[in-house]
Every structure is written in structure tokens, then in C-alpha cells.
Design a protein around this ligand. Structure first.
Ligand code: ATP
Ligand code: MG
Length: 271
């Protein structure tokens, strides 16, 4: 199945806000290096409450490094990094504990007598209410990712961080996951930062697409067109993003492994 179909698949019920929402993420001149390797170099980033941001960039450009900082997994001492206290992360692999049943994986870290009910409700939301007692190793890849999403959302995070969450899934499961993530996002309204290598996925899902290269944001596209009606703008937008990423615009829909040149630009789209 062609992932580009997703441009037409998701009716967008999100009302356009009258004025910009306040930021939940704010980074100023953020930097990160590993020995001599400067990975993030003076990066400024704001993400608004409830905003869905996609982050593209070639392999090794620092996407996971940035995400880990926002998740609080890597310390950022003496840096201007503001993030909400309630955050959750979903990685490429579901990272479930194989010795705990599915509902216990979701309830992990929750306190109180109602932890099982909360885990159950979250699993029902991702259509896994029938697999509460299953062992993680008996799940398919898509099911495991849905458990990971339930585990993230059960905490009602203000910031949901997704690091290539669908990249290991087949095209059809991926499309279903796109719809599910949009449904969950519209229901719970966290701000989302989703790392992906797939330009089409970014265009189909996000309010804003960023490209990271050489430690900085080198391109930004804000997409105000509703998600169900992005087909017309997708071709031009894909071409522009791929040209920043250095790919062959005709043949590729995802980020190539290396970029020969980078052309910074900034553009805003609206219909
Ligand atoms: N703990 C670490 N120690 C040393 N170098 C690291 C560490 N973590 C990341 N790096 C380096 O930082 C750079 C950015 O890595 P990062 O994982 O953020 O890239 P990425 O954009 O997520 O790549 P990919 O698309 O392949 O996942 C790479 O050169 C990587 O080797
Ligand atoms: Mg990564």
C-alpha cells in the first residue's frame, strides 16, 4: 500500500486556534557534544501546547539526542531547556518487559488502587482490551507498539515524544497506527515531537515539520491545511523537504542516509 494515501485518510476535526497556544517546550542555544563530535549546535526550539511537530534529518543528525534530552534521559546541566514535568516516550522498539503481562507493562510506575482500571482503559483505547493478560512476546510488532502507546498515554503526558515509532511496521499497519496516533492526539491533546525518516508520514501527521542538520534546524514547514486534504500540497512540500535533505525528489519518500548539500529555507503553507 502506498503510504501517500494517508494524505486523504484522516479527516481533521482539530479547530484552528484563535491565538497561538503557550509553549510547553522551549530550548535556547541548546548544545550537545560527545567528545569532539558536536551533535547539537546552538539550537532554538519551541513547541506549543497541543502542537504536533515532526522532526526529519539524516541518520546521525542528532534527532534521538535531542529527543533524549527532552525526555530527561540525558542531563542538560546549565542549559536553557524548559520541558513539562509530565512527558512520555515511545521508541522504535516497544521496550516492553517480557516477564510482565501486557496490562502490568502499561501500569508500570502507576500508583493507587485504580492502576489496573487505568491500564485497561488505555489498552481499550488502542484496541487491545482483549490482550490484557497476554505476554509481550506473543504480540505482533504493531500490537507491541500499541501497548507502548497505551503505556505512554496512561500518564496523560503534556509532551509525547515518539522516536521513529512506526519504522519497523509494514505499510498497512503503519497507516493504521497513523490514524490511531491522530485519534489519541485529538483526544488527549499532548504536544507531540515525532522523529521520522518518512517525509510523507511527517506531512500527513504534523502541524509543523522541522529538518535537523549539522546540529541546527535548517528547514521549517508549517502546515495549516487540514489532514484530510493535504494531497494537493504534498507533492511540492515533499520535493522541498527532500531537496533540503539532499535526496532524489522523484524516487524517494524518506530521508537518504547521507546529505551531499543542505539548502536552508523557511516557508509557511496555508490554503
Ligand atoms: N552516548 C553517545 N556517545 C557518543 N556518541 C553518541 C552517543 N549518542 C549519540 N552519539 C553520536 O551523536 C550523533 C547523533 O546521534 P543520534 O542517535 O542522535 O542520531 P539520529 O539523528 O537519531 O540518527 P538515526 O536517524 O540513525 O537514529 C551520532 O554521531 C552518534 O554517533
Ligand atoms: Mg535516532
Amino acid at each position: 500500500m502506498d503510504a501517500r494515501l494517508s494524505y486523504f485518510a484522516f479527516p481533521d476535526q482539530t479547530p484552528v486556534p484563535a491565538e497561538p497556544a503557550p509553549s510547553v517546550v522551549r530550548l535556547r542555544q541548546f548544545h550537545r557534544r560527545f567528545a569532539e563530535n558536536i551533535v547539537i549546535d546552538g539550537l532554538d526550539l519551541d513547541i506549543a501546547e497541543g502542537e504536533f511537530v515532526a522532526l526529519l534529518g539524516r541518520s546521525g543528525s542528532g534527532k534521538t539526542t535531542l529527543l533524549r534530552t527532552l525526555a530527561g534521559l540525558d542531563p542538560a546541566p546549565e542549559q536553557d531547556v524548559q520541558v513539562p514535568s509530565s512527558r512520555a516516550v515511545v521508541f522504535q522498539d516497544a521496550r516492553l518487559l517480557p516477564w510482565k503481562r501486557v496490562w502490568r507493562n502499561v501500569a508500570l510506575g502507576l500508583k493507587g488502587a485504580e492502576r489496573r482500571e487505568r491500564a485497561e482503559a488505555a489498552l481499550r483505547e488502542v484496541e487491545l482490551g482483549h490482550r490484557l493478560e497476554a505476554w509481550p512476546l506473543t504480540l505482533s510488532g504493531g500490537e507491541a507498539q500499541r501497548v507502548a502507546l497505551a503505556r505512554a498515554l496512561v500518564r496523560e503526558p503534556k509532551l509525547l515524544l515518539l522516536d521513529e515509532p512506526f519504522s519497523a511496521l509494514d505499510a498497512l499497519t503503519r497507516l493504521r497506527m497513523h490514524q490511531l496516533v491522530l485519534d489519541l492526539w485529538q483526544r488527549h491533546k499532548p504536544a507531540v515531537l515525532m522523529v521520522t525518516h518518512d517525509v510523507d508520514e511527517a506531512i500527513a501527521l504534523a502541524d509543523r515539520v522541522l529538518v535537523l542538520d549539522k546540529g541546527r534546524i535548517v528547514a521549517e514547514e508549517r502546515i495549516t491545511t487540514p489532514r484530510g486534504a493535504r494531497g494537493d500540497l504534498a507533492h511540492g512540500l515533499r520535493s522541498r523537504l527532500l531537496s533540503v535533505l539532499g535526496g532524489d525528489q522523484g524516487a524517494l519518500t524518506s530521508v537518504p542516509p547521507s546529505i551531499p548539500s543542505v539548502v536552508p529555507f523557511r516557508a509557511e503553507l496555508a490554503l
